[in-house]
Design a binder for this molecule. Structure first.
Ligand code: PEP
Ligand code: MG
Length: 766
């Protein structure tokens, strides 16, 4: 049974349509366990029942037509208890209820397991047999294991409204004030028309459609095909001479897949059989990418991604996706499955009002970019019916991670008034630009900027940034086709330093690995966040490190501004010694070349728990410390900052994180070294108040947060902040701290920093 378990799981994962998954699973379980009946019942909450959606052994006519009211029968009993029930003779159980006419009468033995995903019961998987016996432990374990796999598939399909029988095949009509929940990406409200910039390549999201005119479907497909061929040729042309032969070969492979005899022939055949163009495309693409994905050979497996990429391009052509962005004359909200930083960068900022993606989480880089650009953003909105929203009016509520579609006039007016209030507040804040960031009792705090994802230097200075607290140098590396040369790097760094001169500039050495990869330097690891990342990579490649250090030092020549070189992902003192030796060498070489350069200050990022407890030793060896709270939170709490499934557990106000931050501040003070922070936490009102109370000298944040944080800190005293911190340090729970901080912010009269509250009337879910 163990072998069949693996085979079934593999088969389930290679199917892309949930209807097929259900059919496969009941058939394979029947074969592997030798049971007479295997069925799946799903919760149909709208109709308060459990609906039979797949079965081997029961009357096929009953599928989709037979249901048990919630609370009735053994299926409801399993769902209610959220535990398996294993019965020798089901008929003797008080909860047994016979459904007449579906062929169930003759099966006494019963084993039902709940289908649970993310704590929610989605349905029940049942096996039944003619022989009166209890199923043994192995059989039970087998069914529980498959139930867990099936639950994941159903939960996803349920979110996409794609479960057969439970949802209608297609629901293009979006109800008024339809609400979709996601995660906060960037605060603020946007109200504009939606443009789909990236279609999800999934049958559930494309839906189904009756075809009345096959020729029209074919014609539409031919147009999309011609467009995809043109785009591929143009892309290849653009890169010619800039990339090597191997990379160019990828485009040849794409063109080959678009050859008349290749994928298009199969898609046309399916359309001629009566499928609509999008459906035919998805079917063919899924078949091929599945075939490639099953290969042992890694090269062939990778080709699955090529097929999907071609599929997505054709689908975009069919759905007219991406056309409108060229000709914008009004504000838009871009929506897509996985909106990356380059997609955002491709839009004219004047018109980009909001961003919504079905993937990602609050600390993925697109969310950081959106905050830097001040564009209200919701990420991880998994159940957003992307394609149905093309051209629709949307409201993005980045404060609460919500999206409203087809808003009523009442809802739209309400949010318009909130937008107006926020704009007024922003205008008031610009008046603070040249005022110092000083608490009411005279403590001066430095507000610096994090730069790199948006190299908007002027904007940072306009917002009142007093220095650069973090320049993410990996960004120019990521946008380049090869490692940038030392001179190319020098020019990039020089631009930042000249713009900020005489203010201090903190340059972080290359922090690749984790979720930041270079196409020309791939790192493949099972556990990249715990692997070859940050300083670990560059110390293993001293050539890269020293070239970067020399470029930074040379960029600083003849300038008054203080260069600070910052080392990411430090987890032991040896790394510091090695890095300092290399920087010393770079400094000596630059002087030998005759450059007029100052010795750079060197500091470490504290973002690994080990560094928290060695902070004093680290501070003793260096010029400054800066906490990277984004990673520190992820490593302290063992929560991947990009994983929307555990996003609720990513809590910067977790007591463990707060105590760690305090520990680092105390260590730096004992060594009389400056202590800063450059994670996103510094840009929130609650974070800034607590950090100031702990004694952080420098708060570095996205440019758009600078005026708000200055406004907050100018209205409180260090005394007040310390009292708040003292109470927080006595709390043991993140939720309690969050709620306490919310109340404190309100009682300090800082409610304008709080997200708006939508009246209850709008809260009903779509
Ligand atoms: C951090 O980890 O807090 C940080 C500032 O670095 P990054 O977000 O680039 O990993
Ligand atoms: Mg980091």
């Amino acid at each position: 049974m163990l072998n069949s378990l693996r085979a079934i799981i593999q088969e389930v994962h290679s199917e892309s349509e949930v209807g097929r998954v259900l059919e496969v699973i009941v058939e394979r379980i029947h074969e592997a366990m030798g049971v007479d009946v295997c069925s799946v019942y799903l919760c149909d909450d709208e109709n308060d029942r459990h609906l039979l959606v797949a079965s081997h052994g029961l009357d096929p006519e009953a599928i989709g037509n037979t249901a048990l009211k919630k609370g009735e029968g053994l299926v409801s009993y399993v769902a209610g208890r959220a535990e398996p029930i294993n019965l020798k003779n089901a008929k003797l159980h008080p909860r047994f209820k016979l459904i007449e006419g579906i062929g169930e009468e003759i099966f006494p033995s019963f084993l039902g397991v709940p289908l649970i995903s993310a704590r929610r019961v989605h349905g029940v998987l049942v096996v039944q047999g003619q022989e009166e016996r209890r199923f043994d432990e192995q059989e039970e374990a087998f069914l529980v294991t498959l139930g867990a796999q099936l639950a994941g598939v159903i939960a996803h399909a349920d979110a996409m409204k794609g479960v057969p029988f439970v949802h209608q095949p297609s629901q293009p009509q979006i109800p008024v004030d339809a609400r979709f929940q996601g995660l906060r990406g960037a605060p603020g409200i946007a109200h504009a028309r939606a443009i789909v910039v990236q279609a999800p390549l999934q049958p559930e999201s494309v839906g189904r459609r009756e075809v009345t005119d096959i020729d029209q479907e074919l014609e539409q497909f031919e147009r999309a095909l011609a467009q995809a061929r043109e785009e591929i040729a143009a892309l290849a042309g653009r890169l010619e001479g800039r990339v090597g032969k191997d990379e160019q070969a990828v485009f040849d492979a794409y063109q080959h897949m678009l050859d008349d005899n290749s994928l298009p022939a199969e898609i046309r055949a399916k359309i001629r059989e009566g499928s609509w163009a999008q459906g035919a495309l998805l079917e063919v693409v899924s078949e091929h990418s599945r075939a490639f994905a099953n290969f042992e050979d890694e090269y062939l497996r990778e080709r699955a991604a090529d097929v999907r990429s071609i599929g997505r391009r054709l689908l975009d052509g069919l759905t007219e996706i991406g056309r409108e962005q060229r000709d914008l004359s009004e504000g838009i909200i871009i929506i897509g499955e996985e909106i990356t930083a380059d997609i955002v960068a491709g839009f004219d900022q004047k018109y980009l009002k909001g961003i919504v993606s079905t993937r990602g989480s609050a600390n993925s880089h697109v969310a950081i970019l959106a905050r830097a650009l001040n564009v209200p953003t919701v990420v991880g909105a998994v159940d957003l019916p992307i394609l149905d929203l093309e051209g629709q009016e949307l409201i993005v509520d980045g404060h609460y991670g919500r999206v409203f579609a087809s808003p009523s006039k009442q809802l739209a007016d309400y949010f318009e008034s909130v937008i107006e209030e926020e704009a007024e507040f922003n205008d008031e804040l610009t008046a603070l630009k040249d005022e110092p960031c000083e608490t009411r009792d005279g403590l001066r705090i430095r507000l610096w900027v994090n730069i790199g994802l948006a190299s908007d230097l002027t904007r940072s200075l306009d917002m009142g940034a007093e220095g650069i607290g973090l320049f993410r140098t990996e960004v120019p590396f990521m946008t380049s086709q090869t490692f940038p040369t030392e001179e190319e790097q020098r020019l990039i760094y020089r631009e930042q330093m000249e713009a900020f001169n005489p203010r201090p500039v903190t340059m972080r050495t290359l922090d690749i690995g984790g979720d930041k990869s270079l196409s020309y330097f791939p790192i493949r690891e099972d556990n990249p966040f715990l692997g070859w990342r940050g300083i670990r990579v560059t110390l293993d490649h001293p050539d890269i490190f020293i070239a970067q250090a020399r470029a930074m030092i040379a960029a600083n020549a003849d300038l008054e501004c203080q260069l600070r070189i910052m080392l990411p992902m430090i987890s032991n003192l040896l790394e510091i010694e090695e890095a300092c030796a290399l920087i010393d060498r770079a400094y000596a070489e630059s002087r030998e070349e005759g450059l007029k350069v100052k010795r750079p200050q060197i500091g470490a990022m504290i973002e690994v728990p080990a560094a928290v407890y060695q902070a004093r030793h680290i501070a003793a060896k260096l010029d400054f410390l800066a906490v990277g709270s984004n990673d520190l939170t992820q490593y302290m709490l063992a929560v991947d900052r990009n994983n929307s499934r555990v996003a609720d557990l990513y809590q910067e106000l977790h007591p463990a994180v707060i105590w760690a931050l305090r520990e680092v501040a105390v260590a730096a003070h004992r060594e009389s070294k400056p202590i800063g922070i450059c994670g996103e936490m510094a840009g929130s009102a609650a974070g800034a108040i607590l950090l100031v109370a702990m004694g952080y000298d420098v708060l570095s944040m996205s440019a758009s947060n600078i005026p708000r944080i200055k406004w907050v800190l100018r209205q409180i005293s260090l005394m007040q902040a310390r009292k708040i911190l003292a109470r927080v340090l006595r709390m043991s729970d993140a939720q309690e701290i969050r709620e306490f901080m919310r109340k404190q912010i309100l009682s300090l009269g800082l409610e304008r920093m709080m997200p708006v509250h939508v009246p209850e009337v709008f809260k009903a879910s779509a």
